[in-house]
Structure formats: structure tokens, C-alpha cells
Design a protein around this ligand. Structure first.
Ligand code: AMP
Length: 286
């Protein structure tokens, strides 16, 4: 595996592969890799000849009071895991490489209908930061295929929308959520959890499964289901619930009574840690 830090070196490697007619898969990450990230890489390897994984903690997608400074940075561990996973290039750009003019940066803004709600409402500007860095990385890597996690469901919809709206020639795939045995969605932020918080955290998934069960059994009182789930999370020991919302999986607008596909999205807090999870419910499938 080659570790590349500059756009120039990356471009010449990509051009070389393209000359050879090889296809390129891309997995963007912020590092501190876990099994979830590795499942994205495995999927990219199935789809393409060469795989590039980027590790870059993107300041543009963090709010002023968020965890940018303390976000876990574990480059040596990440490098080893990526080498074992037989990634071809680890792209590890420095801040000056990605944002040479600092805040003077052209931004990519996906329409508000998708970005002002849920995570976008809790974290203003977050998806502009995500879309901007992802488009920039796409332009550097020029992948045929890019893989994202269903874990960040709204992010997945934002990237799909950007790729469609800007006619980018990139095929997107989403990998299912990787979880611990207890059901907790893997996340780099899970390591902020301490003591009893570790036992409470997996209950987020259990509560979402209860909502899914209610939907499957025909309950369409979405507001009551959301309120009950929020109360249940607080009763289970979560300190706060940012949202539990039952949405249409394409538009992320409120679900309608005649819908047969839903996504239940939730964020609950344990101390300062925000735990994000979701569950897709399709009544057309068992
Ligand atoms: P991050 O490093 O948190 O920015 O995540 C990089 C990519 O990995 C994103 O596409 C995430 O959605 C995906 N990802 C993170 N956690 C998981 C997980 N538990 N299961 C599947 N994909 C994940």
C-alpha cells in the first residue's frame, strides 16, 4: 500500500491506473478506523481493480462547539488496518493540501429540503462541509465507484443528490451498518463512552427495532411512536434525545400514512457523546 500526502502524487498514480484501463474505487473516511469502515473497503474491492481510502478529519463539517480538536486521530493503527485490508493507496492529505486558502473556499450546498432537517437542523452547515470535502476528494481521486455507510443515512442521501445534480460520473454504493454484538452501531465516537454509558448505548438500536415492529404491525400514528421512543430512550438512561423521526427514505420528509418504505432516524446523547443510528423498514420485504 502506498501512502500519498499530496494531490500531485495522487494524480500521477491515478493517471497511471487509468492509462492501464483499471477501475478505481474510493472510500472517504475521517480515520480511527473500525470494522464498519473495513466493510466499505471490502465492498469497494469487490467492485473495482484499485481502491483508494482517504483519511482526513475535515474541519469544515464540524460546528464551533463540536469535537474537531479531540476527534480521535490514530494514523499508525489506521495505516496498518488499511495495509492488511489490501488498500492500494491511503490518501492522507495535510490541512494545507485540502484547504490552502483556509476559510476562503468555494462551498457546495445541497438543497435545503435535504440538509436543513435532522442532522442539518442540529448541526448547521454540517452538510455543506461534507459535500464540499467529498466533491473535492472526488475530483482528486476521480473514482469510478465510491462507497459510503448507511450509518450516516442523511449524509448518504446528500452525497447521492450531489452526484446526481452535478452529473458526476461516479457509481455510489451504500454498505449496511456494522454493529457490535449488542447492536450498537460502530462509530469512532463510541470510544468517548465510559462505564455505564457502554451498557446504555446499545439500547438505541433496540428502541428503533421496537418502532420498526410497530410500523410493521400497521401502526401509523408516527408522532405517537416518535414520542414513545424518545420517552423510552430517556427511561433507558440516555441523557437527551435530539430526535427520533420516521421519514420517507428518499426525501427524508415526514412519512405518510400510505408509505410502504420508511427510515427511522435517531440521535440520542450520553453525556457529550451523540449516538447516531437508523433503521430502514420496507413493508415489501419480510
Ligand atoms: P467517518 O470516518 O465517520 O466519516 O465515516 C466514513 C464512512 O464510513 C462513512 O461513509 C460512514 O457512513 C461509514 N461508516 C461509519 N460507521 C459505520 C458503520 N458502523 N457501519 C457502516 N459504515 C460506517
Amino acid at each position: 500500500m502506498r501512502v500519498i500526502e499530496t494531490q500531485t502524487k495522487l494524480r500521477s498514480q491515478i493517471q497511471e491506473w487509468k492509462r492501464q484501463g483499471l477501475t478505481i474505487g474510493f472510500v472517504p473516511t475521517m480515520g480511527n478506523l473500525h470494522t464498519g469502515h473495513l466493510s466499505l473497503i471490502a465492498l469497494a474491492k469487490q467492485k473495482t481493480d484499485k481502491v483508494v481510502c482517504s483519511v482526513f478529519v475535515n474541519p469544515l463539517q464540524f460546528g464551533p462547539n463540536e469535537d474537531f480538536a479531540r476527534y480521535p486521530r490514530t494514523f499508525e493503527q489506521d495505516r496498518q488496518q488499511l495495509a492488511e485490508a489490501q488498500v492500494d493507496v491511503l490518501f492522507f492529505p495535510k490541512m494545507e493540501e485540502m484547504y490552502p486558502h483556509g476559510a476562503q473556499q468555494t462551498l457546495v450546498t445541497v438543497p435545503a429540503g435535504l440538509t436543513d432537517l435532522l442532522e442539518g437542523a442540529e448541526r448547521p452547515g454540517h452538510f455543506t462541509g461534507v459535500a464540499t470535502v467529498v466533491l473535492k476528494l472526488f475530483n482528486m481521486v476521480q473514482p469510478d465507484v465510491a462507497v459510503f455507510g448507511q450509518k450516516d443515512y442523511q449524509q448518504w442521501r446528500v452525497i447521492q443528490t450531489m452526484v446526481n445534480d452535478l452529473a458526476l460520473p461516479i457509481k455510489l454504493f451504500a454498505a449496511p451498518i456494522a454493529r457490535t454484538e449488542q447492536g450498537l452501531a460502530l462509530s469512532s465516537r463510541n470510544q468517548y463512552l465510559q462505564g455505564a454509558q457502554c451498557d446504555i448505548a446499545p439500547k438505541l438500536h433496540v428502541v428503533l427495532q421496537d418502532v420498526a415492529l410497530a410500523l410493521r404491525s400497521g401502526n401509523r400514528d408516527f408522532a405517537a411512536l416518535e414520542t414513545a421512543a424518545q420517552k423510552n430512550l430517556l427511561a433507558q438512561g440516555f441523557d437527551a434525545v435530539d430526535y427520533v423521526q420516521i421519514c420517507h427514505p428518499e426525501t427524508l420528509q415526514f412519512a405518510g400514512a400510505d408509505d410502504v418504505e420508511f427510515v427511522i432516524l435517531a440521535v440520542a446523547r450520553l453525556g457529550q457523546t451523540r449516538l447516531l443510528d437508523n433503521l430502514i423498514v420496507s413493508l415489501n420485504e419480510p
